[in-house]
Design a protein. Structure first.
Length: 366
């Protein structure tokens, strides 16, 4: 349902399949429909909705996932036309996945906040049931069991959550103040989901963080001490991966958590260089960094999974295009010591000035 070149459509369809699998679902059929002029009440044309309904009935699908954000009216109208089969959009799907992986109190609150804001305009006279029971796509809530919410109760929950999140924000500010007084630099891992950030953190620190090719395996921030040369060290933090069209509700809900990124001294932008469309991933990440006011922070581009590529991609070409860059394999450990040297040099540069770059031979490893 994309107005895009075929390559982009294939990328988004493959990504949608991965998202559905990450939410415990199984894709039984895919259907690509071109929408030239979106219908304000149904998004799709009547013939397209008929095709969608026929495909869902033929496959006996329980849920139809639309790879766009639907407004409440569009969602209800499509469900009515295709025999009340459950319809969820890309936004709800991603929120569901976040609900699966949030483990900290703050993460659960932020996911709940995003889900409540998504649900509020979608309430009908019967209300909406949020259930944690049952599995599969679109069935997980933020932690409640069979709780029917009306608008008043949702607004009360949003108000309560806002107070709790503000309290946690103040606690974070205190922690940042302590770190600033000690002078310990903060390095943040950012990147597209499944780019290998958690694997890199494990290789750096032996953190033992679960890493997976599945999307959004890491959601809550994870911080460890990163030992560098000559007794130097920094705090390195890994947090949620980004994705194309990341729902604005989640960016807003996770703004408190993502402030760690915005307060960093250095960013390591981890890229899965084995993906043919890795440049699109970089674009997405840079856009999200702009959303959280972190796009001006010094950045090293870490082109990961170098063991999976041929010699057609050279460090020189990447450096010419992106500036400070390095090819590594976090899984095999290649390039890690060189990356640590780069991190130390960038942190020294931030602290002591540009003369460090010219006078320290370690920078020659870049």
């Amino acid at each position: 349902m994309e107005r895009e070149p075929a390559g982009h459509s294939a990328r988004h369809m493959a990504e949608l399949t991965s998202l559905i699998q990450a939410d415990g679902g199984t894709v039984v059929e895919t259907l690509t429909l071109k929408v030239r002029t979106p219908n304000s009440s149904t998004l799709l044309g009547s013939g397209q909705i008929s095709r969608l309904g026929e495909a869902a009935e033929k496959c006996n699908a329980d849920v139809v996932v639309v790879n766009r954000e639907l407004n409440p009216q569009q969602q209800r109208n499509i469900e009515t036309v295709i025999d009340q089969r459950r319809i969820i959009d890309r936004t709800r799907l991603i929120i569901d996945i976040f609900a699966r992986h949030a483990s900290s109190r703050e993460g659960k609150l932020e996911v709940e906040d995003a889900l409540l804001r998504y649900m509020l305009p979608r309430l009908t006279g019967k209300g909406i049931v949020m259930s944690q029971t049952g599995g599969g796509v679109g069935t997980r809530g933020p932690g409640e069991t069979k709780l029917e919410m009306d608008k008043r109760r949702i607004k009360e929950r949003l108000g309560r959550n806002k107070q709790l999140i503000e309290t946690m924000k103040k606690q974070r500010l205190v922690q940042h103040g302590r770190r600033n007084r000690t002078g310990i630099p903060l390095v943040s891992l950012v990147g597209y989901t499944s780019a290998g950030k958690s694997t890199l953190l494990n290789t750096f620190t032996g953190a033992g963080v679960r890493s997976s090719e599945n999307l959004f395996t890491t959601l809550d921030p994870i911080s460890r001490k990163l030992h560098l040369e000559n007794g130097n060290y920094a705090i390195i933090t890994d947090t949620v991966g980004f994705i194309d069209d990341l729902p604005i509700q989640l960016i807003k809900a996770f703004r408190t958590t993502l402030e760690d990124v915005a307060k960093s001294d250095l960013l390591l932008l981890v890229v899965d260089v084995s993906k043919p469309d890795y440049e699109d991933d970089i674009r997405v990440v840079r856009n999200v960094l702009g959303e959280i006011d972190a796009d001006k922070i010094a950045t090293i581009y870490v082109f990961n999974k170098a063991d999976k590529i041929d010699n057609s991609i050279s460090l020189k070409s990447l450096t010419n295009m992106y500036g400070r860059s390095i090819l590594v394999s976090a899984l095999q450990g290649t390039g890690i010591e060189e990356l640590k040297n780069m991190i130390l040099m960038e942190l020294m540069l931030k602290k002591h000035g540009s003369d460090i770059r010219d006078n320290n031979e370690l920078y020659g490893t870049v």
